[in-house]
Design a protein around this ligand. Structure first.
Ligand code: NAD
Ligand code: DAU
Length: 350
């Protein structure tokens, strides 16, 4: 049985990747390593936890002794690395946390993999999951390809860019078998409600202001999270060693247009008079260093590995809104306690 380590599997994207791999590959044993920070939640994996080919391990990728020991103990055949601090706003408040987890944590995993695989790299793979934000910001024209020069602007994207460079350096210097992907904005179930879509769904539901940064003119390229998980599956199994693949939905939305669409759908679902939820839109101080536009060219992945997104955005958004409206207990649990302090500092006291 192949032993696959997935890091950050209790988070948003990681939980979808764990669910896909545990269900689809009974010949793999999936080890989910997660620190369970505010963003990690075992509730995201209740349907998976009893499966025989699944083990959860609580631990911190920043702790090099623990990581080295873990790799020696289990002798993983492959790693899919998603664990990260992932929210841009938090990186502006606390950049060092992003350096520890995203940079040092990644290097600790690379060292541990190199150590146990050094005698035989055959059939091994270290897959690093990264973001399109490493490419910086586009103007109104252009698109990110795998050749776009790195130009990160936030502490989050700088830390992810740094980790990408380390992964490539370990391939070039030590021959570590690696593959990387850089994906655009994901949406779907189990996303922590600090990110735009789940935060605004929750606020619309609770009649709270919708804090739009700047003029709402920024553009993001949205991808259904399960399509990202499928892309990770395809790249893990068929991607070429040492290569990078961009993943995106060819689905650009100006924030304000997306927010208006969410308001419209939710008015209908909540039985409100059309136009009611839009009145919650409140323009607030812009995010520092706010990237104007992201757009991903996923042509390489589509042509070489045959992946295509499965879901139209409007359909995905409806499904996502339905999911959050039905998950009252999940939402209540993740928005109590610490979340309230974060919300105060980020939105109320500013
Ligand atoms: P998330 O914040 O929802 O989840 C991150 C997970 O990592 C959590 O379960 C958390 O507990 C865990 N974690 C954090 N620090 C850890 C540590 N020191 N040790 C062990 N576990 C730790 O993030 P996400 O949105 O699911 O993103 C997952 C990955 O995908 C990240 O690497 C992110 O950069 C990348 N990515 C995200 C998006 C997106 O739109 N969300 C898009 C492209 C790429
Ligand atoms: O592009 C991929 C990246 O997408 C991932 O690497 C990150 O982990 C993920 O968080 C996401 O980053 P963004 O900064 O694009 O996502 P966020 O949901 O925070 O914001 C989306 C847009 O909405 C952005 O232009 C900022 C704006 N926004 C966000 C929040 C939270 C608001 O206007 N108001 C808000 O309250």
């Amino acid at each position: 049985m192949k032993k696959i380590l997935i890091t950050g599997g209790a988070g948003f994207i990681g939980s979808h990747v764990v669910r896909l791999f545990v269900g689809k590959y009974p010949g793999y044993h999936i080890f989910n390593l997660d620190k369970l920070t505010y963003a990690g939640n075992l509730e995201n994996l209740r349907d998976v936890e009893q499966m025989e080919n699944y083990t959860f391990i609580r631990g911190d990728i920043v702790d090099s002794d623990f990581i080295n020991q873990l790799f020696l103990q289990y002798g993983f055949d492959g790693v899919i690395h998603l664990a990260a601090e992932s929210h841009v706003d938090r990186s502006i408040t606390n950049p060092l946390e992003f350096v520890y987890t995203n940079v040092i944590g990644t290097v600790n995993l690379l060292n541990a993999a190199r150590n146990i695989w050094k005698e035989n790299m055959e059939g091994r793979l270290f897959y690093h999951v990264s973001t399109d934000e490493v490419y910086g910001s586009l103007g109104h024209e252009g698109i990110f390809t795998e050749e776009t020069r790195y130009d990160p602007h936030s502490p989050y994207s700088a830390s992810k860019a740094s980790s990408d460079h380390f992964v490539r350096a370990y391939h070039d210097t030590y021959g570590l078998p690696v593959v990387l992907s850089n994906c655009s904005n994901n949406y779907g179930s189990y996303q922590f409600p600090e990110k735009l879509i789940p935060l605004f769904i929750n606020n619309i539901k609770n009649n709270k202001p919708l804090p739009v940064y700047g003029k709402g003119e920024n553009i993001r390229d949205w991808l259904w999270v399960e399509d990202h998980a499928r892309a990770i599956d395809v790249i893990f199994h068929s991607g070429k060693k040492g290569e990078t693949y961009n993943i995106g939905g060819h689905n650009e939305w100006k924030n304000i247009d997306l927010i208006r669409l969410m308001c419209k759908i939710m008015d209908r679902k909540l039985g409100r008079t059309p136009g009611t939820s839009e009145q919650l839109i409140t323009y607030v101080k812009d995010r520092a260093g706010h990237d104007l536009r992201y757009a991903i060219d996923s042509g390489k992945l589509q042509k070489e590995l045959g992946w295509v997104p499965s879901l139209q955005f409007e359909e995905g958004l409806e499904k996502t809104i339905d999911w959050y409206l039905s998950q009252t207990e999940w939402l209540k649990n993740v928005t109590s306690g610490e979340y309230q302090k974060y919300y105060e500092q980020q939105y109320v006291k500013r």
